[in-house]
Design a protein around this ligand. Sequence first.
Ligand code: GLU
Length: 441
Amino acid sequence: MTTTRFAPSPTGYIHVGNLRTALMNYLIARKSGGTFILRIDDTDPERSKEEYVDAIKQDLEWLGLHWDRVERQSERLDRYADAADKLRQMGRFYEAFETPTELDLKRKKQLNMGKPPVYDRAALDLTEAQKDALRVERGNGVWRFKLDQQRIEWTDGILGDISIDAASVSDPVLIRGDGQVLYTLASVVDDTDMGVTDVVRGADHVTNTATQIQIMAALGFDHPRFAHHSLLTGPQGEALSKRLGTLALRDLREQGVQPMALLSLMARLGSADPVEMRGDMAELIEGFDVTRFGAAPTKFDVQDLFPLTARYLQGLPLSSVADAVAAAGVPSDLAEAFWSMARENITTLNDLEGWWILCRDGAEPLIEDEDRAFIAEAMALLPEGPFDGGTWSAWTQAVKEATGRKGKSLFMPLRKALTGMERGPEMATLLPLLQVIRARG
Ligand code: GLU
């Protein structure tokens, strides 16, 4: 039975980078009929905010990434305390008292000597009396996990065979001086308690994974399968980390990006398979294979989401967008005709309102000086209305006969006079929707 989890920290809105992680875990669970857990990593009481928990849920719901249950780390602190006690009893946990400045100095010295900046384990040599004195002077120390200095190996679902020398990694701090349990320990306990079988997360977690594998082994747990996806970069390969704030899912939603466009892109970007526009979640699940993803950084261009959104919308019947059409102000008796016209001409549903305003109020006519007499003559031939699907061809035929104009010199001035634009919808479809013809003068 497959169990996966998406484990955001509720310290901000989730963005496209988080989405990639969420989606992969979701698809793996759904593809195998397993369980998908939403785990809220809220062990940091200062930075975790309830509003972000709500926002994360809203964003996932918007995308249709439904979870089977929610777990919260803040409700599991006793489990982490138990694990910490176990590690202490085993002699795998030690208290260290260096200040951040001292640690920084040590790192700089090591780097100057051409050595990797790994914690030197000085705290292991402290006597009980020295520790007592330090506690009085500095308060409680942090608790570090004592790594076994051997190679840590696993077969990664994306990166392949990985081997990391534990001696090149600092003993991780699992509990802070103020008693706060850190993610590395909490995650290990959760993944085990919750029977997580597959962990997919960003490549920035590879070192974490190495230490977590050892912590799990120390606690007598089997570790799940791990897969680390590459990190997203901007279109030119530039780091995206600073811009992720502007790529929050809620901003994309505001801009009119459709969930299926976003999901279709994210389910394939960075894999060996091409991006394909999927119609629904079932198709997305069917076409997903985590092993097809590569280790190279993945270029992401937010602009790609707009043509995909347009393509997706073009394929939808009115029933799928009826709310948006009504919200744009279109009366229900015109909705069907309006949608047939609009769907070819919008990028996002946010564009509907502009098209409806054009239909409702009529466009500011665009008439070249040399066309003035022609347009006046044409307008005199335009029937009163209501217009229907045949009006445009009957009218332009009559105008052609009366004026002798044909082809572009016939159609273009009429289009510009009625829509104020040189390009746009099929005039035969648009004309019956125009409630006002301002070019009539
Ligand atoms: N809260 C962690 C993060 O957002 C979870 C990482 C993991 O998936 O284990 O980075």
